[in-house]
Design a binder for this molecule. Structure first.
Ligand code: GTP
Ligand code: MG
Length: 350
């Protein structure tokens, strides 16, 4: 999964990037540099499983964060502004909003960034419709008609100054548009970046902006980027202690990852074989066969069955013979819908 960090200039994007990724990039220098980092998704279930099967290694799921120059934050006044290609490839955006400086205005910042995304998408949709309809006329290609229809619906939504997230697209329609990487179609995690002296008011700040939240479309997190960034050098335990003293119940990185998983409807299933205990990220609702493809396309193609044990059963019965004796290992077929924390062994044939 790839998360793109966007926001107005000097909103604290790089600060939040440092906090979430444990990095030490310069902040406040207007450098427009691109930063990337891979972050391990914390999952203590893997450590517990490793205690049972003594693997050679544990492999956690990873998320890529990209902090790249993106938006002017001038909303509808933004003209011909190009955003970094890396941001277009993101699965979701993490929108950092300044709520720490004296003259900050989080509400209108969020709105102007969304407006800017809408504007950029509108320009792209218009030119695409233009090009494609001319081509369709010339070649008489009917397969273009469907795409043009969907694009026309998108344009309607954008012209009403609404993001494409609001355009109720069927999965196959979404697929038709995937290649365009429209910005306002991406799920959004709004990160309200509060000042050090506001930490004890985090909950009321959250409540104040909670209307941004819309399931599967937008989530909200309130963090203090600067404090969290200053704590990245500390050992885990020390950091947790420090955060607790400050009244922060969870480090920013965990909040951000948790909310992005929720936003994107992602879950993890686990494998616990001899050499490696590992977490694999899939979408909620994925079938066993599709989930197998995350490991290798051969396993998806040659899928025979999945041997599935719920995580809680696995740690209760501890060994495969005991799990089987208790009847806790299920044999599931292609269409089985994988649950979060399923411990799975795939049988396949290529
Ligand atoms: N007081 C306070 N200052 C912050 C906080 N987060 C960021 N800042 C300050 O805001 C300034 C900008 O921070 P950056 O992280 O560089 O912001 P940015 O969005 O990456 O900026 P550009 O990449 O130049 O657009 C720096 O001087 C930070 O120290 C915060 O939580 N509290
Ligand atoms: Mg920056």
């Amino acid at each position: 999964m790839k998360l793109g960090i966007i926001g107005k200039p000097q909103a604290g994007k790089t600060t939040v990037f440092n906090a979430a990724c444990g990095q030490q990039e310069n902040v406040g220098d207007f450098s427009k540099a691109v930063h990337r980092a891979l972050v391990t998704v914390p999952d203590e279930r893997l450590e517990v499983l490793a205690g049972l099967v003594s693997p050679k290694k544990i492999t956690y799921a990873q998320i890529e964060f990209v902090d790249a120059p993106g938006f002017s934050g001038k909303g509808k006044d933004a003209r011909a502004f190009e955003i970094h290609e890396d941001l277009r490839q993101a699965d979701a955006f993490l929108m950092v909003v300044d709520a720490f400086s004296e003259d900050s205005s989080p509400e209108s910042d969020v709105q102007s960034l969304i407006d800017e995304m809408i504007l950029l998408d509108q320009t792209l949709v218009e030119s695409t419709i233009d090009k494609r309809s001319r081509k369709a006329k010339l070649t008489g290609d009917k397969s273009e008609t469907r795409k043009l229809e969907v694009l026309a619906r998108c344009l309607e939504v954008l012209e009403q100054e609404k993001p494409l997230l609001e355009c109720d697209l069927a999965p196959d329609e979404e697929k038709l548009l995937r290649g365009y990487q429209f910005l306002s179609q991406k799920p959004l995690l709004v990160v309200i970046n509060i000042g050090e002296d506001e930490i004890d008011k985090a909950q009321s700040v959250y409540d104040k902006y909670s209307r941004f939240v819309e399931e599967g479309k937008r989530e909200l997190a309130v963090i203090c980027g600067r404090i969290e960034m200053e704590l990245v050098g500390l050992e885990d335990e020390e950091r947790t202690e420090f955060l607790k003293d400050l009244g922060i119940e969870k480090p920013a990185v965990e909040k951000v990852i948790e909310k992005s998983y929720f936003l994107l409807g992602l879950i993890s299933y686990l494998t616990a074989a001899e050499p490696e205990v590992r977490a694999w990220t899939i979408e909620r609702g994925d079938t066993a066969q599709k989930a197998a493809g995350v490991i290798h396309s051969d396993i998806e193609r040659g899928f025979i069955r999945a041997e599935v044990t719920a995580y809680n059963d696995y740690i209760e019965y501890k060994t495969l013979p005991a799990i089987k004796a208790a009847g806790k290992q299920r044999l599931e077929g292609k269409e089985y819908i994988v649950a979060d924390g399923d411990v799975i062994l795939f049988r396949f044939n290529v």
